[in-house]
Design a protein around this ligand. Sequence first.
Ligand SMILES: Nc1ncnc2c1ncn2[C@@H]1O[C@H](COP(=O)(O)OP(=O)(O)OP(=O)(O)O)[C@@H](O)[C@H]1O
Ligand SMILES: [Mg+2]
Length: 729
Amino acid sequence: MQKMSYFCPLLFVCVDVCVVHAIRLTQLSPLLHPHPFITLWGGGLLRAWLLLILIFNYPGSPPWMSSFKGLQTLAVLCFHYPAYISLLWALGQPALEELWGWHSWQRLLQSYGVTVVAWLYWSQYVSSLFKRKTSGGSKENTGASLKRLMGYMLPFSRRFVVVIAFVVLSSYGEMAFPQYTGRISEWITNEEESGAFTNAIITMTLLTIASAVLEFLCDLTYNVTMSRVHTAVQGLVFQAVIKQDIAFFDSIPTGDMVSRVTTDTNKTSESLSEELSLLMWYMARLSFLFIFMVKQSWKISLLTCMGLPIVWVIPKLTGYFHQVIAVKVQDSLAKANQVATETFSCIKTVRSFANEDGETERYRQKLDDTYALNKREAAAYAASTWANSMSSLALKVCILYYGGTLVTSGTVSSGDLVSFVLYELQFASAIEAVMRYYPEVKKAIGASEKIFEYMDRKPEIPPDGTLAPENLMGHIQFKNVTFTYTGRNEKDNPVLKDVSLEIKPGQITALVGLNASGKTTCVKLLERFYQPQKGQILLDGKPLNSYKDEYLRTKISVVSQDCVLFARSVRENIKYGCESMSDDEMHRAARLASAHTFITTDLSDGYETDVGQSGAQVSGGQKQRIAIARALIRRPKILVLDNATSDLDAETEYQVQQALLNDTNHCSVLLISHKGVEKANHIVVLNEGMVHEEGSHDELLRKGGLYADLVRKQNQAFHGKQDDKRDAH
Ligand SMILES: Nc1ncnc2c1ncn2[C@@H]1O[C@H](COP(=O)(O)OP(=O)(O)OP(=O)(O)O)[C@@H](O)[C@H]1O
Ligand SMILES: [Mg+2]
């Protein structure tokens, strides 16, 4: 089957050659002699018809031959010559000689060459443009994104008009060098017009300098403007992301979010400031170069346009191997990096198993693999560079050869040829640049789609309330609250089921229960991070949602289970969100949290000490105490401590609790802890998202339910530990 598919094109060429020669014989007929154009087009039609019969009737003809692209190629093969001759005739050029000559071997080979070039043009460039136009969705999106990006640039529209004017003028100025070089070389060879010679050099120099100055001004204006646009967009994206609901943050990995705000916006703005500006330059340059090339000689321009696709395709084909190997090199490097990352991140394990040499060997092996691939990559790169320069050299030789014949025949002057060659050099690199930067700019606009996705996302939070009473009692009621996290399976049990509980003003209410019983979820609902699906939460008898968001944040302070400190000083961490608070207030809060002493004595710079990334430079217990101080500095009306003292030693925990109990008479406390809740006025026991039992410590112990069980097991564990210690001694 494979053989058949090669056989058919071969057969196709043989038939074509026979048909052309048969037509040649019929041309000799005296009947056709007086009608050269009818013979020309008739011959083309006959050739096309016979070949079509072969394509559609020969059973082994491959499908691509009868596809739209195949038929187009056939049309080019059969009709380009008649079209070319007719065009020459229409332009008043001598065409009669060519009229009868299309059957010669030279012309036949040329016709195949032209067909191949046309096919390359179509498959490499035209069809991809066509595809882009038809692939509606992404095109529409890209268009919409471009429109929005333009919207951000609109306030600077005057600057952009200036930039475009600079681009056009400077590109025009660049044409001076090739133009005048051509003229000068002509005058040198003819040894004439020495005055004009000096004038030409002066004009050329002035124009080139003017062009360079304009280019500098343009780059400066454009880049400054684009950095302003970039800063504005990045700020807006950050603002849009930070305002999203907590469920959004739960569902999107932090890395993705950061990459949208930083990498994507950077990529977009970098591409728009660098690549778009270059694209504009090269487009303007390309237009002027093409106009000037056609002005010098349209024939050599045509040859250039035909030759360029071949020049680009050859390195593309050789470059393909290079790309394949380059990808393998990247993979292999990534594997080596993986070994290094894994080793360094697990260095303690590596060392405790004394496997440093083993890991070094593993890393070296990966590097050896990379080296082997690197050698192949270097060879492929050299081959592709060689093919690149060879193909462009071939085109230049062709242009010079053809240009030389035109100069000899007197069609163009030698100066024109020199100018043309200089234009062509710039033209080829300009087209290459346009082809390189256009996809980059498109990609950048594509990246902006992602950014806009975030900016357009409406956070799923109810509208902000209006209440902000001066006096708040701090009375909280959960009334039949049922809640499931979005994203959890529908079939999953709700995390909270019909929970009703009360936190009375000025009292300590404890929430206890096994892991995953829904304690932290209650806190998150209280903080309005999520909305309950059923039931409601009341604050002083009014729905929580009717309060102003900012007001609630000042009245409810939460020290969460996984409290996070920012990589800033202790002072900045405690005063986080209320920077205007006095140092006295900060010290008071720190004392209550039993943090003041260790901050002033243990930390090197006291309150100015940097706590490191996520508070890594302080101990777990110190971190918790700073977090408690951060919550207390606001003098909240409702204080929530969600396992906030879990990392404190017994003595410090006792100190903190005592201080809190003494100081928090004025505020409602929700204490979530697995131990030490005896002092709470009221204890609510959650089990599998439901309120299992409630009452005071003594009541619950008497009841002998889940709470009593928990306390008993805790005591057993404690005594167990004591016994173990004694045994050890
Ligand atoms: N953001 C979330 N998305 C989906 N499910 C969650 C989310 N947070 C918690 N859950 C689930 O909700 C349930 C209750 O979690 P919650 O954190 O409220 O438990 P908890 O009582 O505080 O437990 P612990 O004592 O371990 O702190 C768990 O099954 C948990 O897996
Ligand atoms: Mg919890």
